[in-house]
Design a protein around this ligand. Structure first.
Ligand SMILES: [Ca+2]
Length: 235
C-alpha cells in the first residue's frame, strides 16, 4: 500500500498516472489537478489532467475567459502562468521536458469551442518541442484528424517560438507576436492563433487588429473562440 502511494507521488505526466491507476484494477480516474515532474525538470509542478478510455492527457494550455492575459514576454512564457483549475500556460521549459522523449509517439489534441456551441477536435501524432537554445522549435507531427477544417496548426511545423520581446518569426516587416497578441510558434504569421486575446462573444474588429483566438480553416480569423484546450499524451 505504501509502495503504491509512493509510486503515485512521483509521476512524469498524466498518462503515466493513468497507467499506474488502471494497473490496480480501478476504472478511469477522475479529471483534476495533479503534481507531475517530467524528467529533467528541477521541481514538481501542478497541472490539470484529463482522462478518458484512451488514457491520460496533460493539459498544456487552456483558455476560457479573459482573466489571464497571454500577452506576455519570453521570460513569462518559459514558465507556468495562470490558474491550474482554470486558464493557464504550462510553460515552454516544462513542455520541453515533457516532450523531449517524443519523436513520433507523442500525441497532441486541440479542442476548440466557438460561441455557437460547435466543437472542433484536432489530433496530431509526433508532437514535441526543442530546447531554449533552439528557441523551442515546434514539431507538430502529423495531422491525424480527417476533417479538412483541422488543418491549421501543421503549417507552423519547424517554427521557433516568438513573443512580443523576441521576434523569431518568418515575417520580416514586423513582429507577429506584437500583432497577434500572444506568444506562439509564428511563421508569416499563423493560421491558428491559440494564445491570442480572448474576446467576449468572439466579436472583434480583425481589420484593426488580428489578435483573437482564431482557427482560420474553421471559422476564419474574425471569430475568437470561447474555449481552447491543448493537451498532450506521452506514451
Ligand atoms: Ca518578424
Amino acid at each position: 500500500m505504501l509502495l503504491l502511494f509512493i509510486s503515485f507521488l512521483f509521476i512524469l505526466d498524466c498518462h503515466e498516472f493513468y497507467k499506474k491507476y488502471r494497473a490496480t484494477g480501478k476504472p478511469t480516474p477522475t479529471n483534476g489537478i495533479f503534481s507531475i515532474q517530467p524528467d529533467g525538470l528541477q521541481k514538481a509542478m501542478q497541472v490539470y489532467c484529463e482522462f478518458n478510455d484512451k488514457g491520460g492527457w496533460t493539459r498544456i494550455q487552456h483558455r476560457s475567459s479573459d482573466d489571464i492575459s497571454f500577452d506576455r514576454t519570453w521570460e513569462e512564457y518559459k514558465w507556468f502562468f495562470g490558474n491550474t483549475h482554470q486558464d493557464y500556460w504550462i510553460g515552454l521549459e516544462p513542455l520541453y521536458y515533457l516532450t523531449q522523449i517524443c519523436t513520433k509517439d507523442c500525441k497532441l489534441s486541440i479542442e476548440l469551442e466557438n460561441w455557437h456551441e460547435e466543437i472542433l477536435e484536432v489530433n496530431h501524432a509526433g508532437f514535441y518541442i526543442e530546447s531554449e537554445q533552439l528557441a523551442y522549435r515546434l514539431h507538430t507531427g502529423l495531422l491525424v484528424s480527417a476533417n479538412p477544417e483541422a488543418n491549421a496548426f501543421e503549417q507552423l511545423d519547424g517554427m521557433m517560438f516568438s513573443t512580443k520581446d523576441r521576434d523569431n518569426d518568418m515575417w520580416t516587416p514586423d513582429s507577429c507576436a506584437n500583432r497577434l497578441g500572444g506568444g506562439f510558434w509564428y511563421s508569416h504569421c499563423a493560421l491558428a492563433n491559440l494564445n491570442g486575446h480572448w474576446y467576449y462573444y468572439g466579436q472583434y474588429d480583425s481589420k484593426k487588429m488580428h489578435n483573437g483566438i482564431y482557427w482560420k480553416s474553421w471559422k476564419g480569423t474574425t471569430h475568437s473562440m470561447k474555449r481552447v484546450v491543448m493537451k498532450v499524451q506521452i506514451p
